[in-house]
Design a protein around this ligand. Structure first.
Ligand code: PLP
Length: 408
């Protein structure tokens, strides 16, 4: 008799986006004349920059001839891309990363999810709350969460660290000892960031407690403030305690093309049962090469083109476009009297609802009265209740119109 992995039974169905889609479909059916504007999306919408498309076409043509044909590539990624990452994403910020510390993949979601393979079941996991749900669900699947409690909307073995307006979105160190800490900055869903000093507190904690920080920097390209670190390795000592996830999805519109990378410094160590220090870079290399066969050559050439002068310029234009939208949302809502967070170093705007207003009720009101769709904060965790996420990923025209309607 085939037995299943029982951990999967502990997963809670994510109703968030399915429920949103259902509600919007019902509304549209009943009100076919109303134009619904979607500002809930977390996906990019702008066309891929020309420099990237050119590189893809050129790489595709190489497959026409035997001399330039490519079969399996290195599982960790081609050196031409890893060299560009090393130089542009790290060296320019004063961070020395070797190319064998960079692992190219097909997405930060997969990397964040797969990384749990190399850690013991016994580790205590901490997540900030609200949170990108992948960190939680992948730990549920791998048996680290314990039982789900419906009343608290929490798992018994997971440490939830609230990041709300009460602490100005700066999560406090946990009271109990934790081993795996997920941090995402700029944050999805709140759009907030940490300064170098604030991030250093976590690096120091991880050092003292022999813990690891799993740092998701998928929205790094949206940072414009000087004191906001682009990489956790800008913090002294972070190479000994942190793994960093990066993605080209939001940076360069690669949500459909698929390319990302994870950085695992060689000095980063985990411990065996007997207390022996083990290189996490080696463990991940083994895992990656066993279960993954590399990102396509064409895709990696596309990613490489992001780092050309033309590529950088064109990518920045798209990022600026989304940021301008986020600014319009933030400014408009503030003028309408709302308290709003994020939207400066991030495409996400996190709206604080008036006291006592539930995020699903606000969703319904916004949909029926203003015909605008956003994402209820509670969908990202219990501390997201009373908040609402809007994004700058729509068109500028729609964004302006949506905010005008909300103001009214
Ligand atoms: N990390 C965060 C915080 C995200 O919000 C997302 C996507 O929305 C991802 C990772 C996924 O990135 P990728 O498209 O590279 O899988």
């Amino acid at each position: 008799m085939i037995k299943i992995n029982e951990n999967f039974l502990e997963l809670q169905d994510s109703y968030l986006f399915a429920t949103i889609a259902k509600k919007v479909a019902e509304f549209t059916k009943e009100n076919p004349d109303k134009k619904v504007i979607k500002l809930g999306i977390g996906d990019v919408t702008r066309p891929i920059p020309e420099a990237i498309l050119e590189a893809m076409h050129k790489a595709t043509d190489e497959f026409k001839k035997t001399e330039t044909f490519r079969g399996y590539g290195p599982e960790q990624g081609y050196d031409f891309l890893r060299e560009k990452i090393k130089e542009n994403d790290y060296k320019t910020r004063g961070v020395e990363i070797d190319i064998d510390e960079i692992f190219v993949s097909d997405g930060a979601k997969c990397d964040c999810g797969n990384i749990v393979d190399i850690f013991s079941q016994d580790n205590k996991v901490a997540i900030t709350d609200p949170v990108y749900p992948v960190y939680l669900d992948t730990n549920v699947m791998s048996g680290r969460s314990g039982k789900y409690n419906k009343e608290s909307d929490k798992y018994e073995n997971i440490v939830y660290i609230p990041a709300t307006s009460k602490n100005n979105f700066v999560p406090e160190l946990p009271k109990e000892k934790v081993d795996m800490i997920y941090l995402c900055y700029p944050n999805n869903p709140t759009g907030t960031t940490l300064t170098k000093e604030q991030l250093k507190v976590w690096v120091d904690y991880a050092k003292e407690n022999k813990a690891i920080i799993l740092f998701d920097a998928a929205y790094e390209a949206f940072i414009s403030d000087e004191d906001v670190p682009h990489s956790i390795y800008e913090i002294e000592g972070a190479k000994e305690v942190a793994i960093e996830f990066r993605s080209f999805s939001k940076t360069a519109g690669f949500t459909g093309i698929r390319c990302a990378f994870v950085v695992i410094p060689k000095q980063l160590k985990g411990y065996s049962e007997s207390g022996e220090e083990i290189s996490l870079n080696k463990l991940w290399n083994r895992r990656h090469c066993t279960k993954f066969n590399g990102v396509s050559y064409v895709t990696q050439r596309a990613a490489e083109a992001i780092y050309t002068e033309e590529g950088k310029k064109q990518v920045k234009e798209n990022i600026d476009y989304y940021k301008e939208n986020a600014k319009i949302i933030k400014k408009g809502l503030e003028e309408a009297g709302y308290t709003v967070y994020g939207g400066v170093n991030s495409p996400y705007v996190w709206l604080k609802l008036p006291d006592g207003v539930k995020s699903w009720d606000f969703f319904d009101k916004l949909l029926t009265k203003a015909n605008v769709v956003g994402t209820p904060g509670v969908g990202f965790g219990p501390s997201g209740e009373g908040y609402f996420r809007l994004t700058g990923f729509g068109t500028k025209e729609n964004t302006i119109e949506a905010i005008e309607r909300i103001k009214k």
